[in-house]
Design a protein around this ligand. Structure first.
Ligand code: 3PG
Ligand code: MG
Length: 391
């Protein structure tokens, strides 16, 4: 995969527009996790160090196009970015028709999704973005799976378009873990629904030696194995798909292990009483909210034996202390392992933070959807556009 890289360009005195993914959680006007902002700093610093005028683009949330909303303003991001960058960051509300900026300055343009045509990748809007810069740097790995004006369209029209260090680093790490993995390769995929991750599960089965499923996805597999799941979140209409995947794993010499025990409660609440049940002994009025202690040991052993690990999604409701033990034990087992481990997705990153294992994970991706689409083997549209520009 060949594309132009930021590190090979000279940026002095140029207007360098960097599309970053600064779509971070914000609560009451404050950024609550700045991991994505920190990950985007190297590209910004490189442009500044070289004496460029730095124009930053990002989206936040999913606002309605054509209307400004305080709730989706990048103001809290600008504040945090300024602290982290140690340079003044000017947030521009109206920037599409022109930006006044000098080399050495940093302008953060207000949420690109306020622009009409962003979501539909309107070529006219993309052309306007392209006009604002000499060099366009795509560095938003987390949004590289969206073909939108600020991620894909602008690449096709910019005078010069290249990949930033974060995007390149992510692609490199993911390729390394997926294309030439140390075996056995283990994937751990949690989350609420099989349906949203069906394709990724199916394509992972062709690549991995073991697949551990967690959360609501695991409940569907537990039910597909003939066990009672009570009031648990699961997908009745995907039972036969789950059965097919269990067979497929088996036929390929791998496995999708089913939990031996689970932690249940009568309601979905932080204060609900947690009870451990053997799988198969869940009562009709109970719901599964975590894996049980025996399963945690079983999974830790699988993790310890893995050569490479891909992790997306918690195995339980780790936001509730009574149901966090399973995800904690998975996180800690990955941390202890000497395998090349790669993790991505918002909940996964929150769990990694919460359980203090971030230094023990080989590579933490800033992508959620983009991470999964890459794992599925899909071409990310923004990357495809960069490759097309380079050939
Ligand atoms: C993400 O958080 O996964 C990315 O920033 C993309 O956001 P989106 O799903 O709203 O396009
Ligand atoms: Mg490790």
């Amino acid at each position: 995969m060949k594309y132009l890289q930021m590190e090979n360009l000279s940026l002095a005195g140029k207007r360098v527009m960097i599309r970053a993914d600064l779509n971070v959680p914000v609560h009451e006007g404050k950024v609550t996790s700045d991991a994505r902002i920190r990950a985007a700093l190297p590209g910004m610093r490189r442009a500044l160090d070289q004496g460029a005028a730095v124009i930053l683009l990002s989206h936040l949330g999913r606002p309605k196009e054509g209307v400004f909303s305080e709730e989706d303003s990048l103001a809290p991001v600008a504040e945090r970015l300024q602290e982290l960058l140690g340079e003044p960051v000017r947030l521009e509300r109206d920037w599409l028709e022109g930006i006044s900026i000098q080399p050495g300055e940093v302008v953060l343009c207000e949420n690109v999704r306020f622009n009409v045509g962003e979501g539909k990748n309107d070529p006219q809007l993309a052309g306007k973005l392209a006009e604002l810069c000499d060099v366009f740097v795509m560095d938003a790995f987390g949004t590289a799976h969206r073909a939108q004006a600020s991620t894909e369209g602008v690449i096709r029209q910019a005078r010069l378009a290249c990949a930033g260090p974060l995007l390149h680093g992510e692609l490199d790490a993911l390729r390394k873990s997926l294309l030439e993995p140390e075996r056995p390769l283990l994937a751990i995929v949690g989350g609420s629904k099989v349906s949203t991750k069906l394709e990724v599960l199916d394509s992972l089965l062709d690549k991995v030696d073991s697949l551990i499923v967690g959360g609501g996805i695991a409940n569907t597999f537990i039910a597909a194995s003939g066990f009672e799941v009570g009031k648990s979140l699961f997908e009745q209409d995907l039972l036969s798909e789950a059965q097919r995947m269990i067979r497929k794993a088996h036929d390929q010499g791998g496995s999708i292990p089913i939990p031996q025990d689970v932690v249940v409660a009568s309601e979905f609440s932080a204060s609900a009483e947690a009870r451990v049940r053997k799988v198969g002994e869940v009562r009709p009025d109970e719901m599964i909210l975590d894996i049980g202690p025996l399963t945690a040991i079983q999974y830790s052993e699988i993790i310890a034996g893995a050569g490479s690990i891909i992790w997306n999604g918690p195995v339980g409701v780790f936001e509730f202390p009574a149901f966090q033990a399973g995800t904690r034990s998975v996180a800690e087992a990955i941390g202890r392992s000497s395998a090349f481990s790669i993790a991505g997705g918002g909940d996964t990153l929150a769990a990694i933070d919460q359980f203090g294992v971030s230094d023990e994970i080989s590579y933490i991706s800033t992508g959620g959807g983009a991470f999964l689409e890459f794992v599925e083997g899909k071409t990310l549209p923004a990357v495809a556009a960069l490759v097309a520009r380079a050939s």
